[in-house]
Structures are given as C-alpha cells and as structure tokens.
Design a protein around this ligand. Structure first.
Ligand SMILES: [Zn+2]
Length: 318
C-alpha cells in the first residue's frame, strides 16, 4: 500500500507518494495562488493527489490514506482546518475532509505542519524508535510536535505543544500572539536575526557589517555563524545570547516531558555543530533537573521532506 502526504505552505503545496517505510517515491508541487478560495484550495489538494497517482502509475485504490499538513490549527476529529494565519483565504473551520470526499472517498487525516514534521522524524528520521520524541522547528517562529506512547500528542483541543509560546521571560518581548516573553521571540530564526541587527548597531567595527555589505536588512540566520567562524566578537555575543534563550525553552521541555530525543529542524539547525549543537547540549544538560539521563539533542534528518512524510504517515499515529 501507499500513502499520500501533502505539505501545505504559504507559497507552495507539495504532495508526495510515500511507502510505509517513509521513503518518498515521487513528488509533485504547485504554487498557492494569491486569491485562492478555500473551495479552490480543497479541489487543488484532490487534483494534486490524483496527479501523484497518475505520475507514479498507482491506482487510486492502492492509496491507504491521504494526510494533509497545514500551517495553522487543525481539528482532525472533525476534519476541519480551524484557523489559518498563512493562507490567502481567511475562512475558519474549512471542512477539508468533507471537501476531499466530494471527489475521492479515501481516508483523509489532517495535521498541523509542526506536528507532521514530528511524525516524519519519528517514523523515518532522526527520532526513529525514540519515545517520547519531540521536534522543535526554528523558523519564523518556533513550532513543536511530540510523539508519545506511539501516538501524536495534540492536547484536548488541538493546541497542545504550541511550544513557541511558552513564556520564558516575564514582561518580556511582545509576541505576535499578544503575549510577552514567548520562547519564539528569543529562540526562532527571526529572533536570531534581530539579535544580530541589534548587536551590529552597538558594534560598527564588527565583521557582520562586511558580510551583509553594510545593509542590516540582509542579515540571515546563518550570518552570525559565519561571522563567529571568522572570530568576530560581536557575532560570538549574538550566539551566546541566542543560545541562552534557546536553551531555556529546551530545559523547560525536558524538565516537563523528559523526551528521549529533541530533534531540531529549520534553517538555523543547519549551523555547524561546534557553534550550535555542541554548546547547546552542554547548556541544556547542565540546566536540566535530571543531570544523569540526558535527552539526546540532534539535528532533524529529513529536512524539507519531514512534512510530506509525516503527513502521509499521520494515519498510523492518531
Ligand atoms: Zn507568543
């Protein structure tokens, strides 16, 4: 049997035909059209899934399930895309499963994108065989997901593991959620870029300026790592501050959940180990309550495919 996983992003829809092992046989993708309605979006997901079968030469009846990973709040029980800050349409409670079934009667599962990435890494990636397994995605914000007891943990109403909004600083930096001091304001790629820009203002001599050709808006997540590699003191201060914030959230996660592994995904996680993972492990392990049973801290291994693989195999973990 085969599975279909669809990774819905703000700009692209990527669908993959996936084997039970997590191996992707082929992929197709299409851009998200700017003024797409919810109904057009639903129809596009069906069309993409069917095209995948045609390209792969697989009959529709050989598909065990279709999984859809969505950027927003999802209610898999009811088959609804509840809330979507990142799509062209603003409708709430889009009945995606029912829409899909108007065209094709196949089991359809819905998951939040960060949760799907966790499922992918647990099933076929760096967290394979680890339980509980936590995935932390460092991007614009911080996304999270956890597999526990072989099942995806979602909380009672689908907003569990919104780890980016764990408060790590009372009255701290204002967050997009309306709260203050949320972890993602200190540990996301966005936070790293802002820390870098701030430090550049303080240190006009820093090599960071050369790396961005004098334009702070060109700072990327990798910029402070590049400058630190060149021995730049300002960049080293940026990374120290960033790791302080990142490690606090991870210590909290470990003290509450004691996962066997935390996988780090997102662009920032591609930094070289001696600048990111090695110091992070040391800070986190030193700060945890249990100092002998270390939670493994690893780079996620599926990269951009985690969403497709996880969405496809979601049916086995709900
Ligand atoms: Zn927040």
């Amino acid at each position: 049997m085969y599975y279909i996983g669809i990774d819905v992003g703000g700009t692209n829809l990527v669908a993959g035909l996936v084997e039970e092992s997590g191996h992707i046989i082929n992929k197709v993708s299409t851009p998200v059209v700017k003024d797409m309605t919810a109904r057009q979006f639903g129809a596009e997901l069906v069309r993409l899934s069917q095209r995948l079968c045609e390209v792969g030469g697989i009959g529709f009846d050989r598909i065990e399930a279709v999984g859809i990973g969505l950027p927003g709040v999802v209610d898999n029980k009811a088959g609804l895309f509840v809330q979507n800050p990142n799509m062209p349409f603003r409708d709430k409670n889009v009945p995606l499963r029912a829409m899909f079934h108007e065209e094709w009667d196949v089991p359809v599962f819905l998951g939040n994108d960060a949760n799907c990435a966790a499922v992918g890494e647990y099933w076929a990636g760096a967290a394979k065989g680890c339980d509980p397994a936590v995935m932390v995605t460092l991007g614009t914000g911080i996304g999270g997901g956890m597999v526990c007891g072989g099942k995806l943990f979602t909380g009672f109403a689908n907003s569990g593991m919104e780890i980016g909004h764990m408060i790590i600083q009372p009255n701290g930096i204002l967050c997009g959620c309306g709260g203050r001091g949320c972890w993602e304001r200190y540990g996301s790629a966005t936070a790293l870029i802002q820390l870098t820009q701030l430090e550049m203002e303080r240190d006009r001599e820093s090599k960071l300026w050369e790396l961005v050709e004098g334009d702070p808006s060109k700072v990327q997540g990798r910029t402070p790592f590049q400058a630190a590699r060149l021995g730049d003191a300002a960049a080293k201060r940026v990374l120290r501050n960033y790791l302080d914030g990142l490690s606090i959230g991870m210590i909290n996660l470990i003290n509450i959940l004691q996962p066997e592994i935390i996988c780090l995904g997102g662009g920032v996680s591609n930094a070289e180990d001696d600048l990111l993972l090695a110091p992070l492990r040391e800070m986190v392990w030193r700060g945890c309550f249990d100092k002998t049973n270390h939670t493994r801290i690893e780079k996620a291994s599926l990269g951009n495919d985690a969403g497709v693989v996880g969405a496809a195999l979601l049916c086995n973990l709900v």
